[in-house]
Design a protein around this ligand. Structure first.
Ligand code: ADE
Ligand code: ZN
Length: 319
């Protein structure tokens, strides 16, 4: 039995497996520029974050109807349940869909239809986190939050993702202030490819409660001390970091060093269809590559519930 865990860093669009991409393409009359699933998998060789994002956004063309989003989420939840996930806080990228003419309501209601049955079908509690694309403008982020207002009952928080370098957190101060006024929780990707200074800025300017990735905080010892003291969770994604060349090999991943430094770290899958495995596979991968003990694996699983947006009693039940 896999250890019960929460997954806190998961882009639902990054769970689009090649087989589902081709099935949706056929259903929706979309032509993909790949002969078959093998040819598509061949394209999964990334040199950095941007080379991945180019393919990630390209494949989203197959997602068109609410049912498509429902099927996508169902497929993720089924795989996640098999790997011990009891709670999932799921990111989605509305601007990547509205830019293609898909209304935000189609995306949210489609995902919502799956999440509504997730407890009953898969034994997984869920939350939805709306992410802003940081390589789009601050105005576009504000317009996206405005468009999401009729659906806020379905949304727990906001996040920030896409190409990091050159798009510092402070660019999104206003939309995060508005999100806070609306009672939304706040997280942001920072310190994946971008510098440790972006981690500080996400905390100080955007008021985030959790940092997605945050790896590069290790370059700033006083920041590490602060993150440990304030128990700011970091949602690490080991397979992602190797595939996007943030670290050279899994054996060189700083996860263990980060745990020893007293950081509240969690293990997650990011975009599992693209990076070679779901969250349980990431747990197994770091166990083998870094020689983590059963106690350390249990600590990571415990951290995932502590770092979640579940209330204490809900987290106890999920564990
Ligand atoms: N969007 C999907 N996956 C991402 C990642 N790892 N970093 C930034 N944006 C993303
Ligand atoms: Zn991510």
């Amino acid at each position: 039995m896999p250890v019960p865990k929460a997954e806190l860093h998961l882009h639902i669009e990054g769970t689009l497996e090649p087989e589902l991409a081709f099935a949706l393409a056929a259903r929706n009359g979309v032509t993909l520029p790949y002969a078959d699933t093998d040819a598509l998998r061949e394209a999964y060789r990334f040199s950095d974050l941007q080379s991945f994002l180019d393919l990630y956004y390209e494949l989203m063309a197959v997602l068109r109807t609410a049912e498509d989003f429902t099927e996508l989420a169902d497929a993720y939840l089924e795989r996640a349940a098999a790997q011990g996930v009891r709670h999932a806080e799921i990111f989605f990228d509305p601007q990547a869909h509205t830019a293609r003419g898909i209304p935000i309501g189609v995306v949210i209601e489609g995902l919502g239809a799956s999440l509504d049955r997730a407890e009953e079908r898969y034994g997984i509690s869920t939350r939805l986190i709306l992410c802003f694309l940081r390589d789009e403008s601050a105005e576009s982020a504000l317009a996206t939050l405005e468009a999401a207002k009729p659906y806020l009952h379905r949304i727990t928080g906001v996040g920030l993702d896409s190409a990091e370098v050159g798009h510092p957190p402070a660019k999104f101060r206003e939309v995060y202030e508005e999100a806070a006024r609306l009672g939304l929780r706040r997280v942001a990707h920072a310190g994946e490819e971008g510098p440790a200074a972006y981690v500080r800025e996400a905390l100080d300017v955007l008021g985030v409660e959790r940092i997605d990735h945050g790896l590069r905080c290790m370059e700033d010892p006083s920041l590490v001390d602060r993150l440990a003291r304030e128990r700011v969770p970091l949602t690490l994604c080991p397979f992602s970091n190797v595939r996007l060349r943030v670290v050279d090999t899994l054996a060189e991943h700083p996860l263990r060093t980060m745990m020893s430094a007293g950081l509240l770290v969690t293990v997650n899958s990011d975009d599992p269809a693209y990076f070679g495995g779901y969250v349980g596979d990431n747990f197994d991968g770091v166990r083998d590559a870094l020689g983590l003990t059963e106690d350390q694996l249990r600590e990571l699983a415990r951290n995932s519930f502590e770092a979640s947006f579940l209330e204490d009693d809900e987290a106890r039940r999920a564990r």
